[in-house]
Ligand binder design. Structure first.
Ligand code: DGL
Length: 279
């Protein structure tokens, strides 16, 4: 059984996509992984959409050309809202998966009351991508969206709890609390790192949903469906193939990416490397 030994590529503006990487490593431990954290240019949320779209193309191109990846995961809602996965796949000749559709699937299946919320960056919420994705499911839900500027910056600084984050969360989540949603989708891959604070502010009756696990399931289905899995796809890999490698690239401070990244993701992030764009 040969399969496709090439790595999976994935990217985010910074550390947020590591929530998706964690789910992916757990579900598909035999897959090689190349992660790009564009920490030199975060946050994406306040940037104009065409600029974020250009970043998404540039990083996808880099992953395909420099790392010969077999599939790309856009582990960033803001990027996935600015450049569609279909557009990226067609432009770069590689299967591309995003986090928006999997998150919405989890959201509509988890709600009991039908009152649901999505929080994300200014770019994501303003793009209407979630409003459209929820409408496409045809589910009879009432959707409340709120942008949460500032959350990403806290995570990038490694500040995932404390008074400052709580005060900001109380202010930004007020409309969500008022709407009495029973399920809230964390529509930014950074936000699961703030889950403790968010849950405290929202109370125990609101279920928090992240897109990480659902996205990993989508990747697994795509690998198996397209005969893209490494070896036999996890069933009985030839021991001669060796363990999976995981490479972490950052366009910002490498030392910081390694330190905070390891704290957030776990021991698999042993070291990080720099990344240089060639175009
Ligand atoms: N993790 C990105 C997302 O999912 C954060 C974007 C940002 O850098 O503002 O939207």
């Amino acid at each position: 059984m040969t399969g496709d030994p090439r790595p999976i590529g994935m990217f985010d503006s910074g550390f947020g996509g590591l929530t998706v990487a964690r789910a992916l490593i757990d579900l598909l431990p035999d897959e090689h992984l190349v992660y790009v954290g564009d920490t030199g240019r975060y946050p994406y949320g306040p940037r104009p959409q065409p600029e974020v779209r250009d970043f998404a193309h540039q990083i996808t191109r880099h992953l395909v050309r420099e790392h010969d990846v077999k599939l790309v995961i856009v582990a960033c809602n803001t990027a996935a809202a600015a450049a569609s996965v279909e557009e990226l796949a067609e432009a770069h000749g590689v299967p591309v998966l995003g986090v928006i559709e999997p998150g919405v699937r989890a959201l509509v299946s988890a709600t009991r009351s039908g009152r649901v919320g999505v929080i994300g960056t200014v770019g994501t919420v303003g793009s209407g991508a979630y409003q459209q994705a929820v409408a496409r499911t045809g589910a009879a839900v009432q959707l409340h969206c709120a942008a949460c500027p500032g959350f990403v910056e806290f995570v990038e600084r490694g500040q995932t709890d404390g008074d400052e984050v709580t005060v900001l969360a109380e202010r930004l989540l007020a409309p969500i609390v008022q709407a009495k949603v029973d399920t809230l989708l964390l529509g930014c891959t950074h936000y699961p790192y703030l889950a403790r604070v968010l849950s405290t502010v929202l109370g125990p009756d609101v279920v928090l949903v992240s897109s990480a696990d659902e996205t990993a399931f989508d990747v697994r289905a795509r690998l198996l469906g397209g005969e893209l899995a490494r070896g036999s796809g996890g069933a009985a890999r030839d021991p001669g193939e060796g363990p999976a490698f995981r490479r972490f690239l950052s366009s910002g401070d490498i030392g910081w990416f390694t330190d905070l990244g390891r704290r957030l993701l776990g021991p698999e992030l042993a070291s990080a490397e720099g990344v240089t764009w060639h175009d």
